[in-house]
Design a protein around this ligand. Sequence first.
Ligand code: SF4
Ligand code: SF4
Length: 363
Amino acid sequence: VTGTDTLLRRFVPGLDRSVCRFVLGTIPLARPTPDEAVALIRHALGRGVDVIDTARVYGPAEAYVGRALRDVPGADDVVVTTKSVSRDGDGLRRDLETSLANLGRRAVDVFFLHQVDSFPELDAVLAPNGALAAVQRARDEGLVGKIGLSGHFTPVLVRVLETMDLDVLLGRFNLTMTDDEAELVAGAHERGMAVATMKVYEGGFVTKHTDLALRFAVHHPGLDLVMIGCETVEQVDGNLAAFTASRPLADDEEQRLRTAAEALRSTTFCSYCGYCTAACPKALPVAHVFNLEGKLQVYGDDYGFQGSPGAAMYVSEFLSAIDACDECGACEERCPNRLPIRRLLKERRARLQACLDGRGDEG
Ligand code: SF4
Ligand code: SF4
């Protein structure tokens, strides 16, 4: 990919990992007006941001990135990553062509297979006519520079490592990282992949100790790219300043995180495998509900997981999901940990409602 290999060398396997890079995330750009969104991206470019992440499913964000890069000096040197949720080859090809048109580029620097969160989805991606074969063909044609995959579920990502030859793995590796996730990150490096992280602030939940959360990610030895979504120029400036000035966690700060994470593991029984969601006729995000609830218990008061705008948004969505459960029980038959999912969902509902009502210490 012309003009980008120099930059990619900084986080591509086997090359210099000493520099963790800030990536402008564009999920929040659905909210500003088009002109504001384009101005924000150009502001970030002016501040030296040289990697931008977007996706087909981020509403108008991909087109905003294309608009922002048009006629800007040095735009060819900006690394642009985008993603497709298509699992079949034809769908992925259509998405890629749409992305190229939106971005106004002849190639995408890193193209992610987006949000592969279940084993059936992974099987579809790996099928002979699946998304992976299509993106590999696109790479051979020069339409894609590097191939990535993103997902939220550790066991699925472990299988990804075992079965796929990727350039970049993107996961939710933040201050709530478990031992399993740390092993996954280390394994990806051993396999020669670059590792990118999203949700540094756990989707807006971490509001009190954002500095710790950012420093954890920036200075984690296994993380090469840190994607941070920004909705305003003030957020761009604030995140960039914090990123640049951040220093490694002190021993006592790291110990505090470890203690909290240990408590999280002892209160969370769901191993995030995603079998329940795959079996659920309504594809309810059971693991997200259980893990969110665990985090609210452990990180709630200490890290500002309660009462934040992000928490309110997510909790509202999860309450709606729980309410959609008709208690058919299909999920429980598939749960390897034999969790009484229906009963637990009901219990979680009360706890999450208390959180939403600002009564986080109840339940
Ligand atoms: S019991 Fe609820 S969560 Fe489980 S499969 Fe049925 S609808 Fe889905
Ligand atoms: S509830 Fe059970 S099946 Fe669902 S993600 Fe957790 S451990 Fe896996």
